[in-house]
Design a protein around this ligand. Structure first.
Ligand SMILES: [Zn+2]
Length: 696
């Protein structure tokens, strides 16, 4: 498991849970791949086994109680797991030094799990009512089978119906088809809680996770009653958190065309160039299988899928796309995947006159792979909607009531986004760089020109400091009809409507929302979004532990350039100091247990977890960079220290331009710049949780 998919098909999985009956009724054209996938999500109880004293997977151990019967589970007559049909004890060890405090925090208040800590190891135990474990290896080595026909127990069939996510089927298949054995997955109930684990030693993951399934409120449409996994404890397997997991493949080129022919309906065609990074027979990607719109589920269905021009079999379920490649591709070999997918996916938020496709899988995205791609994008939509997409515009046309835009993003980039709606555009070009500022519904030329005028000084400040040209010769700044957020995918800044407000216009009924949305200072937020052009779109990242290299670095860089771009020096200083105070106050509010490096591993069970993730990435992270700046000045003297600090940012961007950076790379850069070892400092403040001391 690398990430959780949080949308899915109720009807499909209900059908799958019907099990053996379904297999008989399944359509004749169902591929071997799909048959195996479905069977793994609805296994058969094949017979009983002598109960082992313990079932071990990763750092988990399930100990059946005396008298508890253990059965073998099979999928398509092949052993795939074990059913523990009665009381058992779960013992889970958290050993990784930085994972221990976070796991303690994540399980706090959970009735099912008891925590005890000794010699730096956290042991979590639970009394289980029953359990089911998927593992080819455990099932195959469990001893002699006494055939006994029994249905799947109700609790398990019910859970498999309700849960989001394509596991255990997806990773079981990847494990066997791509010959990286050892994957296991489990679900168990303990006093009304549903827990589980995912142990994935494959090179693409090398991570194990203990999780809890939370249930969507029954009344919520369309997902009421569905269960989604929340991380409780995560640990690397046979590696350190700082060692990267491998990639299965690299996407090097996308050619995307989306045609919005009517209403919310669209057909997307994606031609994708992929190079294998490891032996590859089963290709995992993520692609919407449906979207929730107006409380209903709308299918997004594949009409055509080919590999190097020939039809290939696939499974498309729960936002996972698994493609059975016609041959095994070895490391370095390339192929072209072409997918045509169609559905009613262009929801207009609250009936507004626009639709937006951001980082969601509206075309096939990498899953366990890496995208370092060039993009060609074509978006067509009925007039009067104006379409936008990531990249420089190579063509705009308007024919027979259809508006089309064609863009090109040389990359390497990680994604492309699109939007269309009733927009008015103001463009400005300086020194070969163009910014298009698009306001929603109303023409707001004055405000749009003001934004364009803000963009250039920030961009030039970053270019000068970081010694690297801004990666997007054409940037689209697009108003979103909402309040208080911004997002910066490649070549685009989505920014909410307070950006287009002057004080005069802001009076009246919306004043309160504007005040709230602008507490941060609009210039600071806009500069932050522009800085994402470098962090992470120039110096790219791949693992969730390195999120701070994107968010905290963008935040620090923007504070520096807001100060530098201020016409009035004192005002610039005041703005930087205001930002510093904000970082400090966020940092002070973070509850114990989380480090900068593991911020994305907060469970998200409680509201404070989401808040703390935000406070760490936008408070503690930039504050750590400021502490580093002060530390350099303390060690080398004010002038040299300042030089080293700014040179460090510059060296980071220049060395990792178009490449993937990790936190460990920063340590190596600093060592090189200063001739000292920075590992201990990072161990304390970035990997660890020591309190940052910052002057001023
Ligand atoms: Zn950001």
């Amino acid at each position: 498991m690398r990430r959780f998919a949080l949308a899915g098909a109720v009807s499909w999985i209900l059908a799958a849970a019907a099990g053996a009956a379904l297999a008989a009724e399944a359509p004749k054209e169902m591929s071997a791949l799909e048959a195996e996938y479905r069977a793994l999500l609805a296994p058969r109880v094949a017979g009983s086994l002598a109960a082992p004293p313990a079932i071990r997977a990763g750092r988990a151990e399930i100990r059946p109680a005396a008298g508890t019967k253990v059965y073998q589970l099979q999928a398509l007559a092949r052993p795939c797991g074990l059913l523990v049909d009665g009381p058992a004890t779960l013992v889970y060890r958290v050993e990784e030094v930085h994972s221990v405090p976070l796991a303690l925090r994540n399980v706090d208040g959970l009735r099912a799990l008891k925590a005890s800590e000794a010699n730096g190891i956290l042991t979590l135990t639970a009394d289980l009512d029953h359990a089911a474990v998927w593992s080819r290896e455990l099932a195959a080595s469990a001893g002699e089978l006494t055939p006994e026909a029994r249905p799947l127990p109700g609790w398990l069939a019910d859970h498999l119906e309700r849960q989001f996510g394509s596991n255990p089927a997806r990773d079981m298949l990847l494990s066997s088809w791509n010959e990286d054995p050892g994957y296991s997955w489990a679900v168990f109930e303990s006093g009304g809680e549903t827990l589980g684990f995912d142990v994935d030693p494959r090179p693409q993951s090398k991570t194990e996770t203990l999780m809890r399934f939370d249930q969507v409120e029954i009344a919520a449409r369309p997902y009421g009653g569905r269960r989604y996994p929340q991380e409780l404890a995560s640990q690397p397997i046979a590696r350190a958190w700082t060692d990267p997991a491998a990639s299965l493949y690299v996407v090097t080129a996308y050619d995307l065309a989306l045609v919005n022919d009517r209403g919310e309906h669209a057909t997307t065609t994606a031609k994708i160039r992929i190079t294998a990074s490891d032996d590859l027979r089963l290709l995992p990607m993520s692609l919407w299988s449906e979207v929730a719109s107006d409380g209903k589920l709308q299918p997004y269905a594949i009409r055509r899928l080919t590999v190097n021009g020939a039809a290939a079999s696939f499974v498309h379920h729960e936002d996972t796309l698994l493609v059975h490649l016609p041959q095994r591709f070895a490391r370095g070999q390339s192929f072209e995947l072409e997918v045509e997918v169609e559905g009613t996916i262009l929801e207009r938020p609250e009936g507004d006159n626009y639709w937006l496709l951001s980082y969601a899988p509206w075309y096939p995205l990498d899953q366990e792979g890496l995208t370092r791609a060039s993009f060609q994008v074509s978006i067509s939509t009925p007039a009067p909607y104006v379409p936008f997409a990531s990249g420089a515009i190579s063509k705009r046309s308007s024919e027979n009531g259809v508006n089309t835009v064609v863009t090109s993003l040389p990359g390497p980039a990680e994604a492309a986004v699109a939007l269309a709606g009733k927009y008015n555009v103001v463009s400005e070009t300086r020194n070969g760089y163009t910014v298009n500022v698009a306001s929603y519904l109303e023409k707001r030329d004055k405000e749009a020109k003001k934004l364009a005028g803000l963009y250039f000084p920030f961009k030039e400040c970053y270019e000068f400091w970081l010694g690297t040209p801004y990666p997007f010769p054409e940037l689209h700044v697009l108003e979103v009809n909402d309040w208080g957020w911004g997002q910066a995918p490649p070549g685009v800044v989505f920014i909410t409507k307070e950006a287009f407000m002057t004080r005069a216009r802001a009076g009246g009924e919306d004043a309160e929302e504007i005040a709230e949305a602008t507490t941060r200072g609009f210039n600071e937020r806009f500069a932050h979004e522009i800085a994402h052009g470098y962090f992470p779109h120039t110096a790219m990242i791949a693992s969730t532990e390195d999120s701070w290299l994107s968010e905290s670095f963008a935040d620090y860089a923007s504070a520096v350039c807001v100060e530098r771009a201020s016409a009035d020096k004192a005002d610039g200083r005041r703005r930087f100091e205001r930002q510093l105070r904000e970082w400090k106050s966020y940092d002070a509010e973070v509850k114990e247990g989380v480090s900068i490096h593991l911020a994305e591993h907060l469970s998200g069970r409680r509201e404070r977890d989401g808040l703390d993730r935000y406070r760490v990435l936008y408070g503690r992270g930039p504050l750590a960079l400021h502490a580093l700046r002060q530390e350099l000045a303390a060690q080398a003297g004010e002038e040299t220290g300042e030089k080293q600090f700014f040179a460090f940012f510059r060296a980071y961007v220049m060395s990792f331009r178009g490449k993937t950076a990790r936190t460990a790379d920063l340590v190596a850069l600093l060592d090189q710049i200063t001739g000292k070892s920075w590992q201990p400092w990072f161990e304390k403040y970035v990997y660890g949780r020591e309190k940052l001391r910052v002057k001023g």
